[in-house]
Design a protein around this ligand. Sequence first.
Ligand SMILES: Cc1cc2nc3c(=O)[nH]c(=O)nc-3n(C[C@H](O)[C@H](O)[C@H](O)COP(=O)(O)OP(=O)(O)OC[C@H]3O[C@@H](n4cnc5c(N)ncnc54)[C@H](O)[C@@H]3O)c2cc1C
Length: 395
Amino acid sequence: MTLAHQKARPIKPGGVYPAKELCSQCGLCDTAYVHYVKDACAFLNQQFDHLETQSHGRQRDLDNPDELYFGVHQTMVAARKTEPIAGAQWTGIVSSLAIAMLNQGLVEGVICVQNSPDDRFQPQPVIATTPEEILAARVNKPTLSPNLSVLEQVERSGMKRLLAIGVGCQIQALRAVQDKIGLEKLYVLGMPCVDNVHREGLQKFLETTSRSPSTVVHYEFMQDFNVHFRHEDGSEEKVPFFGLKTNQLKDVFAPSCLSCFDYTNALADLVVGYMGAPFGWQWIVVRNPTGAEMLALIQDQLETQPVESQGDRKAAVQQSIPAYEKGVTLPMWAAKLMGVVIEKIGPKGLEYGRFSIDSHFTRNYLHVKRKYPEKLAAHVPEFAKRIVAQYKLPD
Ligand SMILES: Cc1cc2nc3c(=O)[nH]c(=O)nc-3n(C[C@H](O)[C@H](O)[C@H](O)COP(=O)(O)OP(=O)(O)OC[C@H]3O[C@@H](n4cnc5c(N)ncnc54)[C@H](O)[C@@H]3O)c2cc1C
């Protein structure tokens, strides 16, 4: 049996996890490292300042507008693979990097997430030790995924050099325990993440939004203000953001994601997303020298261009706050028209990234303030408080 085929053992099947409804099911509590949960859990102990210093040698510079938004970084660039990987979420930069690191001997294994054999959206975390196992993990499983549930297998296998691929909540917990798992070197490849869902929430989203929920193989909220669905037969379906049935979708997002301020994965060495790049390109944030070393490995597989920024997001964000609160949904013809107009004149590149961060942080700030007022001061990091303070919020 390879490491990729060993299943993680949930030690609390059906049980209540320490963060209760705020648990993002990162998997830490399914391992013996549950002992560290009070310190390590992103929802029980917000500690960006400490963990940024541990990971990157310093905290983000709050007076640098790019660092305020996108976190500690050396460089940002837009990139795409010259030969994209078929079936990847975008062009497959994440999978290619993991394969290069394994093939060149930088790591012995890769924490990534495949899907269960009977459900393409049901995550199955693995420690991949071959390129085939990494490729089998390509494409987003757009649901909460217990990636850290395989951590104990890392220690048991005697592995010393590891690449972990993951989203912010998983990486925050991993950074907090990384010294306890017997590694000599940990590389962290992060993706931005927002509005994730439990498996049932995903079903509701697909059923409320797509014309054919059972054939969706891939979807993404794109920079052209549409959700793009790809179906089994290869066809594409676009649904404008402004036509989403907000009133029915308010409760599909996981409570953890409605309380999260780590959209851009602040603690990864290297982040690969799309939101700061032109449509069709991926957005890469190199946070530290380890991230630069990682990116250099696949530089010859990439076409790149500098990141750009156009437009002004602020009025659109301010207007979206009461619209979301009221659950406004436009008729489809108006939503499409609005989408076309906003794509022409709306924020692009890094400004689109700021638009998305502002919209989610203001919404999440209000959520925490109303639902967990006693947590507000300590849970919301200083960078998010500064971002939110730019807007007039309802009570
Ligand atoms: C849940 C989720 C939400 C995201 N939201 C945004 C966003 O709002 N803005 C943005 O710019 N980018 C977002 N991303 C990142 C983006 O969608 C792409 O994943 C990224 O650009 C990499 O594309 P790729 O083609 O290089 O990846 P691929 O080569 O296809 O590899 C995808 C990798 O994602 C990992 N993965 C899949 N599902 C999960 C999961 N649930 N949890 C942890 N790891 C997973 C797999 O292990 C695989 O290694 C999100 C990613 C995920 C998983």
